[in-house]
Design a protein around this ligand. Structure first.
Ligand SMILES: [Zn+2]
Length: 693
């Protein structure tokens, strides 16, 4: 590929010279190519320099050349991809897509460079402080997992496995997508009785686009879910259910055989096992756990079984309630898989009816932010102050966080939904706290906090749903983890280097405050009257929170146990020697499930998390991190009970800051947790929070 001539001189290019905050208001698509090419060249030159024989195997010296160059590249590319996410335009997207393969190739090159691996290996650990030793250990582990220890034919085989695995994973998700997209069921509007009007309207439009009368139903979630929850027509639900659970499988209609994921799954499992063996691990489950907090497949399975056993009585109670309601109120004496979402929705309505619209009137954005800031200021002894910075949209706010009158972190807050902005919510880093080896000064961390909330109407402030509020608190938890770091070493500072199954601890932890009565009193103010939320409404929200948590827990455990046992080679073999995926799933269900789907159901065939999404032998992480966050929050509940006060407790908050937030990835998550809690994590708090105690 020949590089296009730079159209912008580097001196005029805001992306080429990011030393503090990016000039988000001045970046043009034409800046992207020249700046990124220049920074890539500099990073490659830095790599070449440090891997040379004469360059010393010295951590700080390496960092001063290589990390400084890669950080500049990372920051500039971070600014481009951020703009691509929040202020998309055809020109910017084209510039982004042109550079993406070059940037990706650089990181791959860096991670697979054997000369660099040897240089790191030659560093004497006794010359390092504890943070540097942890960062070095992580770096070496990354090289080993990337195949750096392999030689000759084995190394080639490893590379071939990676390539084929990527192809097969892609194939898995394409088959799922194609099978989902291909489905259309045109029905008369009468059959959709009970379904929300907007869903019917969309289905009507879809039908008319293809020249049909009636309503066209699809298997996409915004259509499938409401039909399963609300359509009174039982036969319709059964038809749609069957189509959904047989997608991309051997049970799908014959003309869709090309999308059957059965052989793809076999291939993926075989490649993973082979990769694990090449790297010296007995199974892929063992390999997957190397960089995680959980120590062994036995430990994960033990954890899941314990959780299943404790949730089971509640799940059985949930099912009994559903059966009774179905019989007494819906005339369903023998509910089937396609009835449960419907029955569940009806029972929920009957029992916990409250209006989401009413809830929203109590959560104007400014009041919520004030409430959130009050909590973190009290807990962590910090102060939020609005500040100024170049931004990409006038709605974006910028804040600094002060501790002892010193700025310790800064963040952009971009919460409004707009054209050209990717949906969802996320935290991203602009730069990390780092004692820079080039300037010998500590760099202040900066973060993006992005949400997509609806704008206010009629000159009123934006009104948030309770889910929106929880989302904001969640992302803010990630942000605090990044911004309140006290670590000097970049790669273990903030969320860097935190184990994958522990990184949701601070984010899920923050969510708990959204359910506290005293917090809501302070954080709510009716948009017209200014009154805080009434107790009656709060009680209803709280009651609905744990609706069927037993059933939901067992469903998550079923997926997680299946995933872990599958990658731990615990599945039976079919006569042809292949992994009998369905036999394993049925065994797991017999052990933990309280609801059995029909025999034709093939849920693994669309289980993208574990076959194409990076959650292989990692699906347990959802529950694992929830245990950590719930148990951490329980320390605040205990403090509140002891002082007859609030969970917004400054003493416990300071301990959480010192032992968990500020140490980031500089030590194992288990060490941080036990330092905070005085013991290892326990299940009780999660069960109690979800009404299972
Ligand atoms: Zn998260």
């Amino acid at each position: 590929m020949t590089a296009a001539l730079p159209t912008v001189a580097p001196s005029d290019n805001p992306l080429a010279q990011i030393d503090d905050l990016p000039a988000f208001d001045a970046v043009q698509p034409a800046h992207v190519g020249p700046a990124i090419r220049q920074l890539l060249e500099q990073a490659d030159a830095a790599l070449a320099r440090v891997v040379a024989e004469e360059f010393p195997a010295d951590w700080r010296a390496l960092s001063a050349v290589l990390d400084v160059a890669t950080e500049r590249l990372g920051r500039a590319w971070g600014a481009v991809s951020h703009l691509n996410s929040v202020a998309d335009s055809p020109e910017l997207r084209a510039a982004f897509n042109e550079m993406l393969p070059l940037v990706t190739a650089f990181w791959t090159r860096l991670g697979a460079d054997e000369r660099l691996y040897r240089k790191y290996k030659a560093i004497a650990p006794d010359a390092l402080n504890a943070e540097q030793r942890q960062a070095l250990a992580n770096a070496l582990r990354g090289f080993v997992l990337g195949g750096a220890e392999l030689q000759g034919a084995v190394k080639d085989r490893f590379a071939a496995i990676q390539a084929e695995h990527a192809e097969q994973a892609q194939k898995f998700s394409e088959n799922t997508l194609d099978a989902t997209d291909a489905y259309r069921l045109v029905v008369e509007p009468e059959r959709l009785a009970g379904v929300p009007e907007d869903v019917i309207q969309t289905a009507r439009q879809l039908a008319s686009q293809s020249g049909a009368n009636g309503c066209a139903l699809t298997l996409k979630m915004p259509c499938y879910l409401p039909v399963m929850q609300f359509a009174h027509d039982r036969e319709l639900r059964e038809t749609l259910y069957r189509a959904n659970v047989t997608r991309a499988s051997d049970q799908a209609p014959a003309e869709q055989a090309a999308w059957d994921n059965t052989p793809v799954m076999q291939r993926l499992l075989a490649l993973r096992q082979e990769e694990a063996e090449l790297l010296g691990h007995p199974t892929y489950a063992h390999l997957s756990l190397v960089p995680k907090m959980a120590q062994s497949p036995e430990q994960v399975v033990g954890f899941l079984r314990d959780l299943a056993q404790k949730a089971r009585p509640y799940a059985e109670r949930d099912v009994n309630e559903l059966r009774q309601y179905a019989r007494d109120h819906l005339g369903l004496n023998d509910p089937q898989a396609w009835d449960w979402p419907y029955v569940s929705e009806r029972l929920k309505e009957a029992r916990y009816a409250f209006s989401e619209q009413e809830v929203k009137t109590y959560f104007p954005l400014p009041q919520v932010l004030q409430g959130l800031f009050h909590i973190v200021q009290t807990l962590f002894g910090i102060r939020m102050a609005e500040d100024r910075a170049p931004v990409w949209h006038p709605d974006v706010r910028f804040y600094r966080i002060e501790r002892d009158r010193t700025t310790v972190g800064r963040f952009y807050l971009d919460v409004s939904a707009r054209q050209g902005k990717r949906s969802g919510a996320w935290m991203d880093d602009v730069c990390t706290r780092w004692l820079r080896p080039d300037t010998q000064r500590v760099q202040t961390p900066v973060a993006h906090l992005v949400c997509n909330f609806a704008d206010g109407v009629d000159g009123k402030p934006p009104l948030l749903t309770h889910d929106d509020v929880i989302t904001l608190f969640h992302e803010f938890g990630h942000g605090l983890h990044h911004l309140l770091s006290q670590v000097d070493e970049r790669d273990v500072s903030g969320i860097n280097g935190v184990e994958w199954d522990a990184v949701e601890l601070p984010s899920q932890f923050m969510e708990n405050f959204c359910w506290e009565w005293d917090v809501l009193q302070r954080m709510t103010a009716h948009v017209d009257t200014g009154q805080p939320m009434p107790r009656g409404l709060y009680e209803k929200m709280l009651a609905a929170k744990n609706f069927q948590s037993g059933l939901q827990t067992l469903r998550q455990v079923e997926f997680a146990l299946f995933d872990m046992q599958l990658h731990w080679n615990q599945a039976p073999r079919a006569v042809d020697g292949s992994v009998d995926v369905m036999a394993l799933l049925n065994r797991v269900r017999a052990e933990v499930a309280v609801l059995m789907p029909p025999g034709y159901s093939r849920t693994p065939h669309t289980f993208g998390h574990i076959f194409s999404g990076g959650y292989s032998a990692g699906y347990y992480s959802y529950k694992w991190a929830e245990v950590l966050s719930a148990d951490a929050y329980a320390a605040f509940e205990e403090a509140a009970a002891a002082h007859r006060g609030s969970t917004v407790d400054a003493v416990t908050g300071r301990a959480f800051l010192d032992q968990i937030l500020s140490v980031g990835g500089s030590r194992p998550a288990m060490a941080s947790f036990t330092a905070f809690r005085g013991r290892e994590p326990a299940l009780d708090a999660l069960l109690r929070h979800q009404g299972m105690a």
